[in-house]
Ligand binder design. Sequence first.
Ligand code: 1GP
Length: 244
Amino acid sequence: MKGKIYQSISKNQSKKIALLIDPDKLKNKTIFELINLSENANVDFLFVGGSLVSKPIDELIVEIKKRTKIPLILFPGSLLQLSTKLDAVLLISLISGRNAELLIGNHVVAAHHLKNSKLEILPTGYILIDGGKTTSVEYMSNTRPIPFEKDDIAVATAIAGELLGQKLIYLDAGSGAANAVSEIMIKKVKTNISIPLIVGGGIRTALQAKSACFAGADIIVVGNAFEDNINLIQEIADAVHSIK
Ligand code: 1GP
């Protein structure tokens, strides 16, 4: 049913955790193990995708769907990652950048495919923040991140995204960022928008996840830290879900 996932994000005030699966970084066996642990930890969403994915992900998506009921959402690095077997797609406009293909070009190419699919479409204003190192998303998207301390630019970008009709804002320091998005930036962005806020990139501990939630994040995205230590899934999920 269209809209179910967005409703669960926007109507339900509880904080949520998403596990990011990058198919290129992990063996399928590890992915399935991560999914088992995610089930046990009540992880809210599985994001799948990556800035550069070298293999077709359709088969993997089918295998993941067999193993879990957790909603599977594409976090697309490119149009090649689109699959009708997913539950939903973050329809990302990279609004911190000035790359026309990632603002509207790819969306035009995918428009009919998306409209004719049963996928839930989640229009997302994606804002890349400098996390202290050059990330794959920065290089592959050919966009410059917003400087770490330029809260005012991040806020204005998020407001513009909402005014343009985005339904979610995603503040991302990029996968493997040295520094996660600052609490002060999260707080300022959150107080200036009325749509749900996703925050990710460089979150490696339960304390960081909790602090980002207290600052205003509605969904925390974690990839690298879970790949490095699968036991963190329960710990970080519990920390996020403990916030009332
Ligand atoms: C990247 O926000 C995600 O786009 C997750 O980042 O892999 O650093 O957790 P990490």
